[in-house]
Write a protein that binds this ligand. Structure first.
Ligand SMILES: [Zn+2]
Length: 150
């Protein structure tokens, strides 16, 4: 009963907190810097990588829902870390607070999903598919890249 109530609270919070960001994503400060419209902090631009043209980046649907309230997170087709699927050098502009909050929320959801998964099944289950989208700041990765060989 207690666990049920806790789940309900988590569910209500998740849906209540998942309001899509509306309005402009970026504002200009008095000095002309681009700032996050949600957090009012300057956007940062760093070297990163984006998906190669033969990589389909396919995030989980849940990730899109969680990302929706954060207008300036790192897009799913870019990564701060280079790997097989994200190997084209590029510059990434994002809000560190949007990214931090998105990472934290994704991490929570992922842990709950994993916990539920373990509770429900005594069978040997396949491990979660290896995820290729490996954003350096993500404790767990939000998406998978599918490479097509030519
Ligand atoms: Zn932000």
């Amino acid at each position: 009963m207690r666990a049920w109530r806790l789940n309900l609270v988590v569910l209500v919070c998740l849906s209540a907190c998942s309001t899509d960001w509306r309005g402009p994503a970026v504002l200009r400060s008095a000095s002309g810097r681009r700032i996050c419209a949600k957090h009012h902090v300057p956007l940062i631009t760093v070297r990163g990588f984006e998906a190669t043209s033969d990589t389909l980046v396919d995030p989980y649907e849940a990730w899109f829902q969680i990302a929706a309230p954060y207008p300036n997170h790192i897009p799913e087709y870019q990564s701060l870390q280079r790997d097989r699927d994200f190997s084209e050098p590029t510059m990434i502009t994002y809000c560190p607070k949007c990214q931090h909050e998105l990472d934290a929320r994704w991490h929570e959801v992922d842990e709950r999903m994993k916990a539920r998964y373990r509770k429900r099944s005594n069978q040997t289950m396949k491990p979660t598919a290896p995820l290729r989208c490996n954003f350096s700041v993500f404790a767990t990765t939000p998406c998978r890249g599918l490479s097509f060989s030519r």
